[in-house]
Design a protein around this ligand. Sequence first.
Ligand code: DX5
Ligand code: ZN
Length: 221
Amino acid sequence: YPSIVNAPSLFNCDFRDLPAQLDELVGAGVDFFHIDLMDGHYVPNLAFPTKFVSELKKAYPNCTADVHLMVSEPERYIPILAEYGADYVSFHADSTRFARRLITEIQRHGMKAGVVINPSQPMDVVSPYISALDYVVLMTVEPGFAGQRFLSGSLERLEALNALRMETENQPLIEIDGGIDYSSAEACVRRGADILVTGVFVTFEQREGTAAAVRRFASTL
Ligand code: DX5
Ligand code: ZN
């Protein structure tokens, strides 16, 4: 894969100032956005209305909207996400009994399908259907909250997932979600990660400014 994708998580934005931050990210060259949808049931938190996807796509038609479903019945949201222009949609392996059908359903709607593996799940939970996937998301924190520490053991888990993926013909992409900073990013890229969900670059605590942070991130990989 020619380049590593920096996928800022919009959950980490300062919501008082969202449009300005999105403009700044796009201005800095970001074209891939990670959007966390939480239903207060699968995870103990709430995030983003589905309509936000259509607003993002209207404002930046060339961007890729990567939707991370942290919901209990992911099947229910596929038609509306397709209508709103989502490009990538991932669901948690344990949030459905019919992963195969859901993957087909996402792809039938013209979107890329991904499955998310939690820190408590073995890598081979995706083995039965990895060859049907466009991407696999490896959680490196427990889902539901931003700003958590990258869990120990995650790099070994990524190595195992990368080995699994290498055995497939389609070679799904690997996305890493949670606690990515400069050093964990570098370690993940060396072990086969293709897409990195980044939080710190869109939070208002960062001092150097969004554009500079995006550039520095790109240059360290
Ligand atoms: C956690 C979310 C992540 C989160 C990443 O449930 O899936 O996308 O916003 O934030 P950081 O990078 O702060 O871990
Ligand atoms: Zn996420």
